[in-house]
Design a protein around this ligand. Structure first.
Ligand code: UDP
Length: 403
């Protein structure tokens, strides 16, 4: 894993010096991160990098998981969809299941953090263990239009925290506690994002039987309806009428996402009979994802709802032209016609992809601007700084801190 010095050539010495100064101020404080899965999805992706780097900087950061069975994760997936504003039926039984599993986690999870940093709704009820320490709820979901029944239920826990963190201004909610806006980030030196030799890229294409004979359009995402994989196939079909191309739809599962297999079979059904559509159920393998992104001509992120969309940042960092929906945190990353193309529909997305396939120079310019934007705003060094400022500010409750 990359050491902190290795970021200096990318972001500059002063940024890394600042991180060391902030870490010094946090000496003696244990930061306990808690979420519900160590693999799959953006939260795990970020924690796998943030926690070791904080440690290297001298901060006592750790990461624990709650436990949950199939029924619990069925319910929390429903909560996830409902918080994203999707029509979802939630019954009293669902709330009871959530509370039952929460009760056993409250008994089993040991809390030792001076700062307890809870990620997303699954572990939110652990707040019942709050004593003198500081508790922060980190929401990675686009809660700009949440289902009120679920939101009010969760509010019963959230209001007990010292602070809440959201990824984008539009997601903040009226709450009686302090709120911080901190967008996620990517790690430029991780296996997911580091430079790769062409042979490594080619070998992944060979492994999955994808010829390099045509432009490749790719969406990397969990098989989740909110990522609109069926819409992606429709976009590809519309593009294909004018420009010959291949489509890669690749994703693995997350252990806290039970819907994946059902969505995958719908996707396979929609793609059958077309040998130029490559549906890949990937093992957790960052180099392979990196290679597929780098092998692509255009990256698509056709989400219906999106907390932030790390896959967009990953693609832009690789200077790829991206077509993505104007939802959630994506417009923070893409300024339309400057660092990518935003779309509002299948037709809009296919028009944008055709435009990029027909104008390679334009596509290259968008990708380069995108990379610069990610470099300036969404790399892990900025994220480490924001988190450390957040932790420090919990001990200065009289001051207003702007991150
Ligand atoms: N990802 C992965 N394997 C997959 C699908 C996705 O490692 O099969 C990664 C992807 O590269 C990104 C993260 O998981 O880093 C997904 O984060 P994003 O914010 O795009 O979406 P989320 O899954 O959190 O809704």
């Amino acid at each position: 894993m990359a050491r902190i010095e290795e970021y200096i050539p990318i972001v500059g010495q002063p940024i890394v010096d600042d991180l060391r100064l902030l870490a010094e101020r946090l000496k003696g404080k244990a930061i306990q991160n808690i979420n519900s899965t160590s693999v799959g999805g953006g939260v795990a992706e970020i924690l796998h990098r943030i926690v070791p780097l904080l440690k290297e900087l001298g901060v006592d950061a750790r990461w624990d998981l709650i436990k949950g069975g199939e029924q619990f994760f069925d319910v929390t997936k429903k909560f996830h969809n409902a918080l994203h504003g999707m029509p979802t039926e939630i019954s009293q039984k669902d709330f009871d299941t959530f509370l039952d599993t929460s009760r056993s986690n409250i008994e089993e999870v040991s809390i030792y953090g001076d700062v307890v940093f809870i990620h997303d709704p699954q572990p939110v009820a652990l707040i019942k263990k709050k004593k003198e320490n500081k508790w922060v709820w980190r929401c990675h979901i686009d809660v700009s239009e949440p289902n009120q029944k679920v939101w009010e239920f969760l509010r019963g826990f959230i209001d007990g925290y010292d602070a809440a963190v959201f990824s984008a201004p539009a997601f903040s909610q009226r709450l009686p506690i302090r709120q911080f806006l901190i967008s996620p980030s990517i790690d430029p030196l991780s296996d997911k994002n580091k430079e790769l030799p062409q042979e490594a890229i080619d070998s992944v294409l060979i492994k999955y039987g994808i010829p390099k004979d045509k432009p490749i359009i790719t969406q990397i995402s969990r098989f989740d309806r909110l990522k609109d994989p069926l819409g992606v196939i429709e976009v590809y079909k519309q593009v294909k009428r004018y420009s010959d191309c291949r489509l890669i739809l690749a994703g693995g599962g997350a252990s806290d996402d039970p819907e994946g297999m059902e969505v995958l079979s719908e996707v396979k059904e929609a793609a059958k009979d077309d040998a130029d559509i490559h549906i890949l159920l990937l093992p957790q393998n960052d180099i392979e994802i990196n290679a597929l992104q780098r092998a692509s001509t255009v990256i698509l992120q056709k989400s219906i709802k999106e907390g932030f969309g790390l896959t967009v940042a990953e693609a832009l960092w690789k200077a790829k032209p991206v077509v993505a929906s104007h939802v959630g945190g994506i417009p923070l990353q893409i300024t339309h016609k400057y660092s990518g193309l935003l779309c509002h529909s299948i037709e809009g997305a296919s028009f944008a992809v055709k435009q990029l396939l027909n104008s390679p120079d334009y596509a290259r310019r968008l990708g380069e601007s995108g990379r610069e934007h990610i470099k300036n705003n969404f790399l892990i060094t900025r994220h480490l700084r924001d988190y450390m400022l957040l932790f420090l500010s919990l001990y200065h409750t009289e001051d207003i801190v702007y991150l």
